[in-house]
Design a binder for this molecule. Sequence first.
Ligand code: ATR
Length: 279
Amino acid sequence: MSPADRYAVFGNPVRHSKSPWIHAAFAEQTQQSLQYRAVLVEEGGFTAAADAFFAAGGCGLNVTVPFKTDACGYADELTPRARLAGAVNTLARRGDGSIIGDNTDGIGLVRDMVANLGWQIRGRQALVLGAGGAVRGVLEPLLREQPARLLIVNRTAEKAAALAEAFSDLGCIEAGGFDALQGRQVDLVINGTSASLAGELPPLPARLLNEKSCCYDMMYAAEPTPFMRWAALHTAWAVSDGLGMLVEQAAESFFLWRQQRPQTGPVLAELRTVIAGGS
Ligand code: ATR
């Protein structure tokens, strides 16, 4: 196999990553010959590992926690959405050897909500929980969908305010701590906190949802997350985890690398059964 067909995901930890499985499925579906591995990179070792990968003929990388900011600094050029996100999840080597950095997380989230789930963002009252790197990475594509208002709420309210300020040109954004949710109802809630990872639930008021509210957790697991269980209990109209976002961001990376857009539906359906089976 030609070295030009080598791809990888760099992360720490990375053993749990579903990206090799997803890209193998895309490659099979589009009849492309490529190799995609998960690589555990030591903290502080991103640049050396990426240099070695590309020097050996590697063609493209996905980058996951905790290296998305390192990857942003590594790229010779950034796409506008990566620059706004301040984080890169996809690197591609171009013909002249230079490296372009992109961020496909936000478009992955929006595609999953709008195209796969059929949820409307435009004109709706949207709430994003959290103000860390994961949220920053998705704000621009979300705002491009033109929600009536986007409220960013975070445990540390100052971080939410800083994000609202940074993205204020792109739409109507408000920010606050969880106390800002008292007395509010919203149409769309996106959980971008890492609370689900710890089995925790952000402090949400009981009357936050209306009969048409949709709730999305950017995390996924074999079982519904605490946020998804809360949403179902509070009669959300629709609830989803972030598995579709994972597949859609991968499809966008695949497109950047291979100029072919895989069909995501069958891959997502199969991945869902793989995860339910615990593998
Ligand atoms: P990531 O890259 O996943 O965004 P991060 O930058 O560490 O990770 O951000 C984690 C986010 O989850 C933050 O918004 C954090 O809130 P703080 O900024 O106040 O720390 C939020 N978070 C983590 N655990 C939480 C919990 N139990 N309840 C509410 N928010 C939580």
